[in-house]
Design a protein around this ligand. Structure first.
Ligand SMILES: Cc1cc2nc3c(=O)[nH]c(=O)nc-3n(C[C@H](O)[C@H](O)[C@H](O)COP(=O)(O)OP(=O)(O)OC[C@H]3O[C@@H](n4cnc5c(N)ncnc54)[C@H](O)[C@@H]3O)c2cc1C
Length: 558
């Protein structure tokens, strides 16, 4: 049996997205600055990322607010940053089933002048190249699987996933145990609902003093449409149809140039209807006359989905513990009013890097010392942006009118008049079939908002999964840990198997059990790593863990 290797580094960064890579680059920068006239020994820094190469697991809108990039890499233009297309015009519409109403003014959160329409995947690739140029080791295809502790509170690193285990749990031919990467400081940049950060929530109670995190799911497609149809740089956002008053969300459509558009739909994961299906809502949106007239004659290029943390400032967990810091989406740093988190992820990565560097040089990586990161966040543009809108998303829980009123109040008073509203775990809003529909509802496998599929404009989830380029070896343990006894006993009658609806990639299917009933079939190989099931399952019995390194979606160009 192969021995487990141990690697010692000064700083370990888990996650090679904007937050993790900005942390790595900032570490390289700060250690070059002489202290008291001298340079210290360079730090050893490692970044581990579950994707097989840079950007492959990155999905975003994406409109980039370049404010942090300017601070991190002032000469980004001469370094060839792939900033895509500058935003040329902003449009925001309210949709009814057949019509559209253009809002006479564009509310400030939707004003994007100065921002760029980018592919986050391409941007991440470029950022990774900047990090590599500094001589930092990036380990692609290495998922962190467990947090390592010393005693029961101090984080000392991460154990990466084993390779070469069969679906029966037994080693296959080329078995390789995961390595223990031990670090003085570990920076968790594992993104939305990061499963290692989730371990910190469980083991160290880092969420005990904050409001519960709240999430949305974003479903995205890239399309090629006739070039003359939309001016490059056009930005369209919509509210309203097909969502009802009780659902939060909206759409985007960004003209990237050369006929390529990014189109997507976001739905708050606190909807009440257990049979609601976010993917079906996206299909209805594409069938709206305004949207279908843009897509007509075009072709689908790519599909994907990902959750995003939308609860805001009051949902940030404790950002520092002994030996570790949390950054980016893992810390819930997203401005849901602007649908933006890339610049906040990068900023938090930079601040965490500076704190980690100082702590290591001071020889003290206790939570007391690492707490300077929280102070830095509080003094930074992250707080300036997120605090004024801190409970707007929570207000939308009471409907579009209440949410819009809160957004207005937040804007006009710069947050001063906005009360701190309590949040709730998303799935706790989902109502049971009986209380939502009464006893009459029987056909609970069909979404309440089922949409026609024509394979031209609208596509089913299996086709979507195909267009996400997702690949997982079937002969490995299922990476969705589900207590299936719940599914088979009470979930059908209580909630109508909502996993079948909220998963955007057909991972969960109820199939005939051969005895007149249903059994859950988990098509783990379809999983696009969006994390929605881990968030939205009403019993909390689904745990997403990383599959074997390098597997998952292939989001090139997204
Ligand atoms: C649909 C959608 C639209 C959005 N639109 C915009 C927009 O227009 N503008 C904007 O600014 N923001 C937007 N955002 C938000 C933005 O994409 C995020 O805030 C940003 O990507 C967060 O960066 P991050 O590095 O914290 O996390 P991520 O970008 O998610 O990166 C985390 C990385 O960690 C890796 N990882 C996870 N777990 C492990 C593990 N255990 N081991 C190793 N690696 C791991 C992942 O593979 C991933 O590469 C959008 C998000 C979504 C979902």
């Amino acid at each position: 049996m192969a021995e487990r290797e141990t690697l010692e580094v000064d700083v370990l960064i888990v996650g090679g997205g904007p937050a993790g890579l900005s942390a790595a680059l900032r570490l390289a920068q700060v250690q070059k600055a002489p202290h008291e006239g001298k340079l210290g020994e360079p730090l050893s820094i490692a970044v581990i990322e579950k994707a097989p190469d840079a950007g492959r697991h990155q999905l975003s809108g994406a409109l980039l607010d370049p404010s942090t990039l300017t601070d991190l890499i002032p000469d980004f233009a001469s370094k060839g940053a792939p900033l895509g297309t500058p935003v040329d015009n902003d449009n925001i519409y309210f949709l009814t089933e057949q019509s559209k109403f253009r809002l006479p003014i564009t509310p400030p959160p939707f004003q994007n002048h100065g921002n760029h329409i980018i592919s986050l995947s391409a941007f991440t690739k470029w950022l990774a190249a900047q990090v590599e140029a500094e001589g930092i080791d990036l380990f692609w295809g290495f998922p962190g699987q467990h947090v390592l502790y010393e005693g029961d509170r101090r984080v000392v690193g991460v154990r990466t996933g084993d390779r070469g285990i069969g679906k029966d749990g037994q080693p296959k031919g080329a078995f390789e145990p995961g390595a223990d990467i031990r670090a003085k400081v570990t920076i968790f940049a594992d993104g939305v609902r990061g499963h290692l950060t989730k371990q910190l929530y469980r083991d160290l109670q880092i969420g005990s003093r904050s409001e519960p995190a709240q999430f949305a799911i974003g479903i995205k497609e890239l399309w090629d449409i006739p070039k003359e149809r939309l001016k490059p740089g056009t930005v369209i956002h919509t509210l309203g149809y097909p969502l009802r008053e009780e659902e939060f969300g909206g759409s985007w459509l960004y003209a990237m140039g050369d006929g390529r558009i990014s189109i997507g739909f976001v739905v708050g994961l606190e909807y009440k209807d257990p049979l609601f299906d976010p993917h079906a809502a996206f299909q209805h949106f594409k069938r709206h006359p305004f949207i279908s007239s843009i897509l007509e004659g075009g072709t689908l290029v790519r599909y994907g989905a990902k959750a995003l943390p939308e609860g805001g400032w009051n949902t940030q967990p404790k950002l520092y513990v002994d030996g570790a810091l949390i950054v980016g989406d893992a810390a819930n740093f997203v401005n849901s009013m602007r649908l933006k988190g890339i610049h906040l992820a990068m900023r938090s990565g930079m601040l965490a890097a500076e704190t980690a560097f100082d702590a290591i040089r001071a020889g003290d990586t206790s939570s007391k010392q690492l707490g300077f990161y929280k102070a830095a966040v509080d003094a930074s543009a992250i707080r300036t942006e997120l605090h004024p809108v801190r409970s707007v998303h929570q207000a939308f829980g009471a409907g579009l009118v209440a949410g819009s009123a809160a957004a207005g109040l937040a804007m006009f008073s710069k947050g001063a008049l906005l009360p701190d509203l309590p949040g709730h775990d998303g799935h706790k809003q989902m109502r049971m079939i009986e209380s939502y529909y009464g006893l009459a509802k029987r056909d609970f496998l069909v979404p309440s908002n089922a949409a026609p599929i024509d394979r031209k404009l609208t596509f089913d989830k299996v086709t979507g999964a195909h267009y996400s380029g997702t690949h997982h070896d079937e002969n490995q343990p299922v990476h969705l840990l589900v207590q299936t006894d719940v599914c088979h006993s009470i979930c059908g009658s209580e909630y109508g198997h909502p996993c079948v609806k909220f998963c955007p990639a057909n991972v969960y299917e109820m199939v005939d059990n051969g005895a007149g009933g249903l059994r859950l079939q988990i098509n783990a190989s379809n999983c696009v790593h969006c994390k929605t099931c881990d968030i939205m399952d009403p019993y909390g019995v689904i745990t997403w863990v990383a599959p074997e390194g390098g597997e998952g979606p292939s989001y090139d160009g997204m």
